[in-house]
Structure formats: C-alpha cells, structure tokens
Ligand binder design. Structure first.
Ligand SMILES: NC(=O)c1ccc[n+]([C@@H]2O[C@H](COP(=O)([O-])OP(=O)(O)OC[C@H]3O[C@@H](n4cnc5c(N)ncnc54)[C@H](OP(=O)(O)O)[C@@H]3O)[C@@H](O)[C@H]2O)c1
Length: 315
C-alpha cells in the first residue's frame, strides 16, 4: 500500500511516498481502509523530533494520526464492529503507524462509529483538535454556564472547537486571533474578540474563570493576573517549565495551571461524534489534498499558512 513515511527526524524533506506492507489487525484490532486522513500540528512536531521528550516513534514511521474510513478486516476477539462499517479515530504513532496511508490497523479503543450525518472529512477532523477542546473545557476545567473563558488560537482547529463548545455551554467567551479571522471567531460564538496583531489580552484588565491557551502564546506567570482567584490556566504545549509552574501553583494558590497532553479513547471519540452530529462542533475544512501533497502541506502548517483543517483524500 502507499504511505507517507520518514526514517529520520527533520524538515518535510525527510517524508517520502512509499510502498509499505499492509498492516494486519492483531488481537482486539481492526483494519481500516482510510478514506480521509486529517493533518494536525502534532504530525510535523513528531516528524521533526520536537516531541522526542515524550517518546520517539518507531521508524520507519508513517506520518499522521487522524483518519476516517471503512473497516476491511477484524482481528481476533473484536466484538461490536463489522466489516464495511464506517469508523473514525486516531492512530497511536509510537509504534511507527500513521494515518497518511491507505490502510491502518489499530485497537478498537482508538476508534468510534462515524454517524451517517458526518462526511469522512468532518469525522477525520475531530479526534486530536476537537478532542483536545472537549477534554480541556469539560473534563479538566468543568466549564459552566455564565463563566468567563478566554481562548487563544480561537481561529485554529483546537481553539475554534473550544469556542463552539463553550458557546453551547453558555459561557462568556473572549477569543484571541489575528485580524483576518476576527469575523470568523465571532461567527462561531465568541462574545468578544481580541486581535493579537493590534491588542494584547495580557495587558487588559479582564479576569477569566478559565484561560484555554490553545495557541500556547502565554505563560502561566504572565496569564495569572487575568485569572480569577480560583481560575484555571490550560496550555497545549506541555514544556517542563509549565509542569514546575503547575506544581508551585498547587502549593501556593487556589489558581491552577494545567500542562495539557491529550489521551484519546473510544468514549471521547463517541462524545465528539455526538457533538458533531448535533452541529455543536463544526470543523472548518480548509483544503482537501492528495497523499503526494502531504510534505508541502506540513510545511505550510508549520509556517502558520494553513486555514482550517487540511484533509488528505484517498482515491
Ligand atoms: N498537548 C496536546 O495534547 C495538544 C493536542 C492538540 C493540539 N496541540 C497543540 O495546540 C496548538 C493548536 O493546534 P491547532 O490544531 O488548533 O493548530 P492550528 O489549526 O494551526 O491553529 C493555530 C492557531 O493559533 C493562532 N495563533 C498563532 N499565534 C497566536 C497568538 N500569538 N495568539 C493567539 N492565537 C495565535 C493562529 O491564529 P491566526 O491564524 O488567527 O493567526 C491559528 O489559528 C498546536 O501547537 C498543537 O500542536 C496540543
């Protein structure tokens, strides 16, 4: 089968489109023919070696995590799924597996059924980006109706999902994005929008119950003056300094600092499917490309030049 593979860490030139063996489903796994793979920043971060402190994918490694497609084979002991069923999910990349491939094989705890109402593009766009927003706002911050939340990266895939989710909860939302995206962020539910090109939310006087720093554009020490006394700050770039800040905050104040690291499972994917099928989370599909265009798309994403999800369509 065809897949986009890398042998060494580096820029997008280490990626090549190659013929690799079909993945066979092991016990508790299914094999899926990928209809659409969706790209995320974590793909280029893993490929470049930026995330090596969290583990190194076994190489040769196939790039990409998120996908939607159709089950083509069941491994031993799989129940609850059938061949031909539409599913979506997120590959664990550490074993060298990835979604920029014609087929994936993975555990049923990393997939969920795709609702009929959702296209493969929409379903594939959900796991990492919208999953991060859902875990952060509902499972960690326990965001409530009427609370004030500030969301950075509000025009990006994680941040926009967070704005949509916070809007459905009834929170008071301030979104942070660049000039070109102000109207979009307002259109998906933000009450206030801060244009970071012309304004700095860190120097404004507003205070928030939750700061979801999806763009990882601040630090806990700079953001805490904008938090209520028992407010929570969540940052999507879990660097060692942030873990230290989280530890110190626990000992010294009622404010919380959370270095975020996504853990996906079937239950999270099922919740995302329900939210997307009810049009609460509506991913913005930016472009649909072919497998051969993945290296160039990863470069554009790394340079901040993509807008909305980049989906890779097979066939
Ligand atoms: N730790 C985890 O488990 C985890 C999970 C998922 C994602 N992430 C990380 O979360 C980040 C966002 O992911 P994504 O998929 O949403 O990426 P994305 O779609 O590329 O969006 C990034 C957004 O950040 C915005 N941005 C850039 N600089 C900013 C600033 N100074 N202030 C406010 N916003 C700014 C951009 O807004 P404009 O276009 O308007 O400039 C862009 O829309 C990535 O770094 C990703 O790796 C981490």
């Amino acid at each position: 089968m065809h897949a986009v593979v890398y042998e060494h860490f580096g820029d997008e030139s280490v990626l090549s489109l190659r013929e690799v063996p079909f993945p066979q489903p092991a016990r508790g796994q299914v094999q899926v023919r990928v209809g659409v793979a969706a790209l995320n920043p974590v793909d280029f971060k893993l490929r470049s070696g930026m995330l090596r402190m969290f583990g190194r994918p076994k190489r040769p490694a196939i790039t990409g995590k998120d996908f939607a497609g159709e089950i083509t084979a069941l491994g031993p002991d799989v129940t609850g799924y059938t061949v031909g069923q539409r599913v979506f999910g997120s590959v664990d990349p550490m074993g060298g597996h990835g979604s920029c491939a014609q087929f994936v094989a993975l555990a049923t705890d990393l997939i969920a059924p795709t609702p009929d109402a959702l296209s493969d593009e929409v379903a594939a766009s959900l796991p990492v980006a919208s999953g991060t927003a859902l875990r952060a706002l509902e499972d960690i911050a326990h965001l409530q109706q009427g609370q004030a939340i500030l969301i950075t990266g509000a025009s990006g895939s994680v941040g926009a999902s967070a704005v949509q989710l916070a809007h459905s909860i009834g929170a008071r939302i301030t979104g942070v994005c660049s000039t070109a995206n102000v109207d979009y962020v307002r259109s998906i539910g933000a009450d206030q929008v801060v244009d970071y090109k012309t304004d700095d939310w860190l120097s404004n006087k507003a205070r928030f119950d939750v700061i979801f720093d999806a763009a990882a554009s601040a630090t806990f020490s700079s953001a805490r003056a904008c938090l209520t006394d028992n407010g929570i700050y969540i940052n999507t770039m879990p660097v060692p300094k942030l873990f230290l800040a989280a530890f110190v905050a626990r000992l010294t104040s009622r404010q919380r600092c959370v270095p975020f690291l996504l853990k996906t499972n079937a239950q999270l994917l099922e919740r995302l499917a329900t939210l997307a099928a009810s049009n609460i989370i509506v991913p913005r599909i930016g472009e649909v490309i072919g497998l051969g265009q993945v290296p160039a798309a990863q470069r554009r994403m790394q340079e901040g030049k993509t807008h909305g999800k980049v989906c890779v369509r097979f066939n």
